[in-house]
Design a protein around this ligand. Structure first.
Ligand code: C2E
Ligand code: CA
Ligand code: CA
Ligand code: CA
Length: 269
């Protein structure tokens, strides 16, 4: 039995070794990805009533030299783990602001960026965002920072969000309703927007008239917050949302995330 245990341990060791080799390789590749210009900014359009373009959410992609186009699920966790999310997040912010200051300057389109907890842990983050806004001579109100609720419990994050909000940009609570203590934070934090998570709109819930979705929509209305429904995949969902008076929507039913250049073609249309 002892031999078998040792064998199992060796097997485990080997699997662990393989995992570690994979991770350190990923880390090395991530480290070079910015200078090699391998990141791509994708934009998923958000629409207002009547199909008018409201803006977009910036979603990061990585054009990996061997593995092809990767989504955040393939590398964001590792980037957070090895603290590379900070330079990567700066890159996303920089690209987004360049769009707002460049091709989107004479529009009223909003662009939203996802911000990770590591970025908000950095005491210098608000000052960097301010400097970026100033260097692009941008009015801040067209930038939305999306944060997930779970991140608000991290010490220091709430006051940092308050400083960011004081710059005049918008704060959105992402995946709203899927984390904890959302109501408490809604009161303490100056939030401008709620993103209604797609879990509240799944077909089963919709058939039961989606009481939670309706409650969150009512909550947003009572608090005077903008509400963006995300993950809208079907006409039924869009109809339901319209009946509830929700005008801002994002999801595959309307448009998938698309490369920056494709998104910009929407301006000519
Ligand atoms: P998220 O912020 O909740 O972004 C929405 C995700 O849902 C995106 O996945 C989007 O492609 C996907 N989606 C959009 N419409 C639909 C739909 O109708 N149905 C379904 N099933 N999915 C839809 P994506 O692009 O793979 O991003 C995954 C997550 O990675 C994001 O979730 C966000 O948390 C994170 N992420 C993306 N870009 C960045 C970034 O620049 N920085 C950081 N820190 N995180 C990012
Ligand atoms: Ca988001
Ligand atoms: Ca979300
Ligand atoms: Ca999510």
């Amino acid at each position: 039995a002892r031999g078998e245990a040792r064998h199992r341990l060796a097997f485990y060791d080997d699997a662990l070794g393989q995992w570690q080799r994979h991770q350190s390789r990923l880390e090395r590749e991530l480290r070079d990805a910015i200078s090699r210009r391998e990141f791509r900014l994708y934009l998923q359009p958000q629409f207002a009533a009547g199909g008018r373009l409201h803006g977009a959410e910036a979603l990061l992609r990585w054009m990996h030299p061997e593995r092809g186009l990767l989504g955040p699920g393939d590398f964001i966790a590792e980037a957070e783990h090895c603290r590379l999310i900070q330079p990567i997040g700066d890159w996303v912010l920089e690209e987004t602001l360049a769009l707002l200051a460049g091709p989107l300057r004479d529009t009223d389109l909003m662009l939203a960026v996802n911000v990770s907890v590591q970025q908000l842990r950095d005491p210098d983050f608000p000052a960097r965002v301010e400097a970026l806004l100033q260097s692009h001579a941008l009015p801040p109100h067209r930038l939305v920072l999306e944060v997930v609720e779970s991140l608000l419990v991290t010490p220091g994050v709430m006051p940092r969000l308050a400083s960011l909000h004081a710059l005049g940009l918008s704060i959105a609570l992402d995946d709203f309703g899927t984390g904890y203590s959302s109501l408490r934070y809604l009161q303490e934090l100056e939030v401008d927007e709620i993103k209604l998570d797609k879990v509240f709109l799944d077909p089963l819930k919709l058939r039961q008239d989606a009481p939670l979705a309706r409650s969150i929509i009512a909550l947003a209305r009572a608090l005077g917050l903008r509400l963006v429904a995300e993950g809208v995949e079907t006409a039924d969902q869009a109809d339901f949302l319209r009946r509830q008076g929700v005008t801002l929507m994002q999801g595959y039913y309307l448009a998938r995330p698309e490369p920056k250049d494709i998104f910009l073609r929407r301006l000519d249309a």
